[in-house]
Each structure stands twice: as C-alpha cells, then as structure tokens.
Design a protein around this ligand. Structure first.
Ligand code: NDP
Length: 488
C-alpha cells in the first residue's frame, strides 16, 4: 500500500518523489511505502493552511458553527471505528481490544472540543460605569502538529480537535513508524465538510519534514508530543520565530504504595499502568515504590501477575500485550533489560521473548525488583513493558525516590491515610497525580508535565488557550476625564 500527503484537499506524492517504508510490528515485514515529505512539501502544506487562515471561512465561523463540523468528524470517526482499530493494531502492534478503546477516545476528542468551543465565553473587565474591557480570542494561525508513534490516531486527534475548534488550519506530521491511521483522516474530514485547506497532512522523517514545519515562519504555534531530546531540538529551532509551544515529553512516573494501601487494587493499577498499551505510554507507572513492610509480598504478587499477562498477536482479542512498535525500539528496550541485569537488579518476571512468537517485537511483561535510584532502568524512560520495583522506608524517602529522576509527568499514590495522600500530592514533582486510582483521564483537566516532561498544558480550556491569542479591547462607555497632558 502507498500513502501520500494530503495538501489543499488533494492526495499528492512528495515533490521529489521520495518515499520511505513502514513495517508491521507483528511480523517486521514491510507493509507500506510512504511519501517522505521535504521542506518544499511542508511549505506547500503551510501555504494551503495559511490561505485557509487568511481567506477561508474556518477562522471566521463562530464556535457553534465549527462545533457542528467537529461533531460531524466525531461521527465519521465512529462510523468506521472498527476499521480504525484494525489499522492501528496492524500498524503499531497494539492489542486490538485496546486499539478499539483508542478509536472511541478519538471520536470523544472531537465531541469534547465541540462542546468546549460552543460553550466558551470570553472575559469582560468592567471599570466602574466608564469603561468596559473585553477579550476576544483569535485563532493563532496555522498550527503545526507533530505526533509520536504510540497511540498515534488518538494523539493526533487530541491535537487536531482543539486546534480546529479554535479556528486554526493545521499541518499534521505523524510519526514515521505509524503513518497508517493518519491516512484515514482526509476522508473523515471531507465527509464532515471541513473546508478545503484547513486540514493538511505531510508524512515524513522528523529531522526533515518535522524540522521544516518547526522552522517555517508562517507556523506560529507548534504542539509536539514525543521524546524530551526531540523537544529540546524543537524548542531551539522555534526560538528563531518566538513560536508558541506545547511540549508533551517523556516520563518515568512513580506509583507509590504505602503499608496501609489496598494492595490488591494497587497491584491492579500497577499492572494496568505499565503493561497496557504495550507499556508504550508516556504516563506509564514504570517505577513502583513500595513501603518495606509490604515490599516482598508486593514483588511476589506483581511477578505472578506479570507472568499471567497474555503476550500474543495484536489482532487476537485474547492478547493483552502485543508487539512493540519497531525492531529498533525493541532492541532499545532489550538493551535496558540487559542493563538492569548487569547493574544488579533482580529480574523476577519476563525479560525475554515469549516462546512461540518468533517474528515480531514481542517481549514478556518484565519486572525488576531491588532497583536502586542510581540504576539506568530507574532513571531513563524505557517506553516498553518493563517495571522497576524499589523499597522505601517512610514518607520522606518515598518522596525523595519519587522525585529522583529528571522527569515529572505523572504520579500515583496508594494509601488509606487521607492526609498523607494529600501531603504526597503536594510534594511529588509531577504535572498530574492520582490518589488510589489508576490513570483515568478527565479531558477538562490540564494534561502535561514539569521538569523534563514538558512545557505547557493541553486539555479543556488549556488547549484552546494554546491555539488562540487573547486580544483585549478597551471601550469607554462614558466620557472619561480628559487627560491633562501638555495643557498650560
Ligand atoms: P520522537 O521524539 O522520536 O518523535 C515524535 C515526533 O517528532 C515524530 O513525528 C518524529 O518524527 C518527530 N521528530 C523527530 N525529530 C524531529 C525534529 N528534529 N524536528 C521536528 N520533529 C521531529 O518520539 P517517539 O515517536 O519516539 O515517541 C515516544 C516518546 O513520546 C516518548 O518519550 C514518550 O514519553 C513521549 N510521549 C509523551 C506524551 C506526553 O503527553 N507527555 C504522550 C505520548 C508519548 P519521526 O517519527 O520521523 O522520528
């Protein structure tokens, strides 16, 4: 199958004819030939989007008018959600049951931002009876959206929905390892009646197509999700044009279990948090910190649970853990497994390819115990089904260990002591924290991290803030006192 760009309402190859190949993670066989966008292709997409911004109807519609089309997009996603799930499963190695959930969430993203934009008010400041100052939110301009390969369709729609809701035409650059589901978007957008030129898609390699989008002077806002080091490169390049940026980056999120926690529920959350979505999840609870009195019991039970996680072909509905995205990524994850063993961590589950699954990037659910803060597997984002377990003594050490990495995306605290839970919530350095809960998203809340996990927030009003500029208008509603300046 061949995939092309979608620019100004037309499917087009790269101007140079350049292509790259994508593979299926379950077999590592080449499945796609994809147009490899270069600076000229990105420029054509930006010009189309820019024209839609300066001359087209989209930025001029009111929120409710845009919401009608966003609901149409949600409907178009829902009407083919099984196909989207199958495509995503084949292209990324996600288990089909989980890919279905992601397809449903994609539709929800559009419905949610349709509601946000149609309900959105604007601020008014009154100065007595004499002056009224009101804020008008204007779409920023062409939005550059750069997305990673984990849950690609969901993450693409998580950026597309608010950008479109805000009135911004977009250029989307999907990840090179997972280009397939994005190629369904042009038809979805057309079916819903989105005006031509508002949605543009340029496939390609990050260092070429992504970099050209970031460097383009007519793209004032970049929303990026990906690795911390890529985020740093993007921030440096975007500085030349002082762009607005949202950076959703890596994580190494702790799940802290106190002696008094409901251990069974904490185990459920730990297993779900790091082994669902193949462990390729930015908010994965990849470090589990357990109070020493329950440590041995927790490690044993987590290892037992991990051994029961069903690794298998992504398309099999019984599969819980599918194939990792790419042999290169698989090798990186296996490198961390080797590093854990070499550094003296105790491998208590997984760590190798399960029998009977020879071809794709399959790895058993892997648990390391006795991990210390100095080890690489404690410090670095593995982005696979590998969890590190570390004991702690008391609250102060729990906080110290939780904060002992460069990341600050998410955290999870399990304790039945309410006051301690809140103390931890305020002391752990993370953008998002859950108490006695697995990761459950509320789309209205600010999503994002601190430290090396990101800059800015998306979600609800925060996403609309990203894609709009507040414009303040001051109106005298009575004659103001005459300014006495330069008068006799
Ligand atoms: P990368 O940073 O490698 O890539 C993300 C996107 O950026 C891809 O489309 C990539 O293209 C592109 N890109 C690469 N280099 C550049 C560049 N110089 N300029 C512009 N664009 C570029 O991330 P991964 O795809 O490997 O995704 C995994 C990472 O994403 C993990 O670190 C994970 O934690 C993070 N993530 C964060 C989330 C959050 O909300 N905080 C959510 C989900 C994931 P190409 O594909 O060609 O490399």
């Amino acid at each position: 199958m061949k995939l092309e760009h979608y620019i100004d309402g037309a499917h087009v190859p790269s101007a140079s004819g350049a292509t790259f190949h994508a593979i299926e993670p379950a077999t590592n066989q080449v499945s796609l030939t994809v147009a490899a966008g270069e600076a000229g292709d990105v420029d054509a997409a930006v010009r189309a989007a820019r024209k839609a911004f300066t001359d087209g109807p989209w930025p001029r519609m009111n929120g409710e008018q845009r919401a009608v089309i966003l609901r149409g997009i949600a409907h178009a996603v829902e009407s083919r959600d099984e196909m989207i799930a199958e495509v995503e499963c084949a292209d990324t190695g996600l288990p089909i049951t989980q890919a279905r959930g992601q397809a449903r969430r994609a539709a929800q993203n559009f419905r949610f931002f349709a509601d946000v934009i149609s309900d959105l008010g604007e601020d008014v400041y009154r100065v007595g009876a004499a002056q009224l100052n009101y804020v008008v939110r204007k779409p920023v301009g062409v939005a550059g959206l750069i997305t990673p390969w984990n849950t690609p369709f969901m993450l693409e729609t998580w950026k597309l929905a608010p950008a479109l809701a805000a009135g911004c035409p977009v250029v989307l650059k999907p990840a090179e390892w997972s280009p397939l589901s994005a190629s369904l978007l042009p038809q979805i957008m057309e079916e819903a009646g989105l005006p031509t030129g508002v949605f543009n898609l340029v496939h390609g390699i990050g260092e070429t197509a992504g970099a050209a989008l970031v460097a383009h002077p007519d793209v004032p806002v970049i929303s990026f999700t990906g690795e911390t080091t890529t985020g740093q490169t993007i921030m440096r390049s975007a500085a030349a044009h002082l762009k607005t940026l949202s950076m959703e980056l890596g994580g190494k999120s702790p799940l802290v279990v106190f002696e008094d926690a409901d251990l069974e529920r904490a185990l459920d959350a730990a297993v779900f948090g790091v082994f669902s979505l193949n462990g390729e999840r930015c908010t994965a609870s990849s470090r589990v910190l357990v109070e020493r009195s329950r440590y041995a019991e927790f490690v044993n039970r987590l290892a037992e649970r991990a051994a029961k996680v069903r690794v298998g072909p992504p398309a099999d509905p019984a599969t819980e853990l599918g194939a990792l995205i790419h042999p290169e990524h698989y090798e990186r994850v296996m490198g961390y497994v080797r590093s854990g063993v070499e550094e003296g961590a105790r491998l208590v589950a997984g760590g190798s390819r399960p029998e009977g699954l020879p071809d794709g990037n399959f790895l058993s659910a892997t648990v390391f115990a006795d991990v210390t803060a100095g080890m690489r597997i404690f410090q670095e984002e593995i982005f696979g089904p590998v969890v590190c377990v570390t004991p702690f003594d008391g609250e102060a050490e729990a906080i110290e260990l939780a904060n002992a990495t460069q990341y600050g995306l998410a955290a999870y605290v399990w304790t039945n002591d309410l006051r301690r839970a809140h103390r931890l919530a305020h002391s752990i350095e993370a953008g998002m924290l859950w108490i006695n809960s697995q990761n459950v998203r509320d789309l209205r809340t600010p999503f994002g991290g601190i430290k090396s996990s990101g800059v800015g927030r998306e979600g609800g009003r925060h996403s609309i803030d990203l894609f709009t500029e507040p414009h303040i208008v001051h109106v005298a509603t009575e004659d103001l006192p005459v300014p006495r300046f330069g008068v006799g």
